[in-house]
Design a protein around this ligand. Sequence first.
Ligand SMILES: [Zn+2]
Length: 175
Amino acid sequence: MTGRLILKRLAVAALADMGAVLVALWVRRQELRICKLGDALSDDELKIARLAGVQFPERVRLLGVEEVPFPFDRVTKWLAPMIGHFPSRALGLTARYGIYLQSESRWNVELLVHELVHTSQYERAHGILRFLRLYLRDTLWNGYADAKMEREARDLSLSALRRRGLKSIPCSKAV
Ligand SMILES: [Zn+2]
């Protein structure tokens, strides 16, 4: 690795770690809100969650909202040149066990699997802060579209659709 690349890696890591600290509290608050107001998974959704790799699907809650909230819109816009296209108006957002779904997309299986894969990534990371550090490093380094954690969510949601004989309605606006 060249000196420039090493410096870039260090800068990305520092930025991601700082961002993770800023966003972690917000994510925890959203998770508490969704877990208070949201719906538990149906039997079918529990099966989907297990296939998406979620270890404790009974903890997951879904909350339909008109507009999916997003942390620090200004910061995200500022980072846009680095992370490339990042959906500003997301159809879904996962705060560990709490999942926001835009009301009209409440029954979109592809979107649900995508978000559940993020829940599973939170579990594997063993905590909100650790997930966010990994996620932000990944998206800042590779860009949102090519981030490994986003690719995993997209790939698993597509294979879940295929198993059900459903066609993909591209939901690039899943965060
Ligand atoms: Zn995603």
